[in-house]
Design a binder for this molecule. Structure first.
Ligand code: SF4
Length: 236
């Protein structure tokens, strides 16, 4: 019986067969090419890479959360929408109102209703436009023909704190007693709070009268102007 070919003989026969079939070249075997997957970015890496984009994304997520909030049953049942703040990140100033009015609630933007006339005058004094400042409210839902209650302000304060943390305005202007007390966690009224600079998480805070009061009382115009001068000074 003929001996079985050795392994080198088998290999030579195989190569001869390939050559006879017209194959001139056989690739040398090597390791299988391996494509390494790009590592997934962590949230911290994304924030470190583009803090502005991360803050904008955070504000959008917060607005989505607020949109589903039903902590204040009366406000929740009457609102068209819950209204979060608008404006650029790190704006030179944020104007903080007490809550959306009927027009704001309908149009979906803050400071369009009764307080719009005051805001326009304030912006002119500060040489700023609406697009350059941050506009937000202490409560996100319209209160029917009244100021928001202390309970409603307390319910909504966590959203306010988180929004300011993300928006990081350079200066905050509180409009009226309700707002100032909610942000600064004080029982002082606006008459004693205005005229000086307070601090909220390292951000200078200036308190002034509620726009409705300033618009209805021409005698308060000088006081309103003094407060705006304080804001202008804090903005640098
Ligand atoms: S006012 Fe604020 S806490 Fe109350 S229901 Fe609206 S979003 Fe929620």
């Amino acid at each position: 019986m003929a001996e079985a070919p050795t392994l080198p003989q088998q290999l030579k026969q195989y190569l001869d067969a390939l050559r006879a079939a017209g194959v001139e070249y056989v690739a040398k075997a090597g390791p299988t090419p391996f494509v390494r997957a790009a590592p997934r970015q962590t949230a911290a890496a994304i924030v470190a890479e583009d803090p502005l984009a991360a803050r904008r994304r955070g504000l959008q997520l917060l607005a989505d959360e607020v949109q589903n909030c039903a902590k204040c049953l009366e406000l929740f049942s009457m609102r068209t929408r819950a209204l979060s703040g608008i404006g650029p990140i790190a704006a030179p100033v944020a104007f903080l109102g007490d809550g959306p009015d009927t027009v704001d609630d309908r149009e979906g933007r803050p400071f369009l209703g009764a307080s719009a006339a005051w805001l326009d005058r304030a912006l002119e004094f500060l040489s700023r436009t609406r697009d350059e400042v941050y506009l937000l409210n202490a409560t996100r839902c319209r209160a029917p023909k009244r100021f928001p209650t202390a309970k409603e302000c307390a319910n909504c304060r966590d959203y306010l704190v988180r929004e300011l943390e993300l928006a990081q305005p350079k200066v905050i202007c509180c409009l009226g007693t309700t707002v100032a007390q909610t942000l600064l966690q004080t029982t002082e009224n606006i008459a004693t709070l205005r005229g000086r600079i307070h601090d909220y998480a390292g951000i200078p805070v200036i308190c002034t009268f509620h726009p409705a009061y300033l618009l209805k009382n021409p005698k308060s115009e000088a006081d309103g102007r003094t407060d705006l001068e304080l804001i202008r000074g804090a903005m640098g």
